[in-house]
Ligand binder design. Sequence first.
Ligand code: GLU
Length: 297
Amino acid sequence: MTSYIGRFAPSPSGPLHFGSLVAALGSYFQAKSNQGTWLVRIEDLDPPREMPGAADLILRTLEAYQLEWDGEVVYQSQRHHLYQQQIDAWIASGQAYFCQCTRKEIKQHGGYYLGTCRDKKLTGENLMATRLRMTEPVYEFVDQKHGLLSIPKALADEDFIIKRRDGLFAYNLAVVLDDIDQGVTEIVRGADLIEPTGRQISLYKMLGKQTISYLHLPLAMGENGQKLSKQNHAPAIDNLNPKPALLEAMHFLGFKFEQDIASASIAEIIAWGVKNWQINQLPNTTEITPRFSNRPW
Ligand code: GLU
């Protein structure tokens, strides 16, 4: 084992689909080809968007594809105390504040929040969002595949929400606190998360932590031009016959197969993937529409 720690962090809003299999495989191959640890974290932060049983289904799918995780699975729903503790500390220090602006008001002011409530010293969090005073805006970062990527200034400068008015913790806050707590050294995930990466790096800086490395994988798009996602009802991948989706997802990640791959076992294919994985095999684009027909396997 090296000091590399990677992770796969699905939200249990539905079963794994092709796009999330790509993220699982990419993060797994990158961790294991670095002799690292691969963690699984279930991001069950938003109950109204979750599907009962999806978390278990996702874990069973990872097992079927023989993606073995290290250590215990972590559930964000069991870590609210950690997130609240940090928010309380920031409220106490004046770094975070309550905000009562509605989405409509923010839209009227151009779509970005301009700090209207920053110095109002509103009290009582009920029915108010909690925002973080942005003192460490990040306008660009280096991605291991795509090089220097830039973040729009207005987005980077925004005092973003760390806890919503309905009491739910914000994705960016939970992800960063967990990644720090779990010692994650590199994040490998879909290119749809390039934009929030700036905010996440801001959080590392505001927490006084060493920033980590990022690799964004091409995003699988549906024929309709939208990303494959659970919200768009992307079909679940097959747990009983994993080989076709596994090979398709590896092809998507830029692997060039040898002739006899179709007769190999799932374990052999995964082991072959770990051995042959290289970041520079990844396609250069951030969005790809996979065509699922006429494969040689
Ligand atoms: N939970 C997020 C998702 O399923 C991914 C979070 C991450 O990888 O940072 O889209």
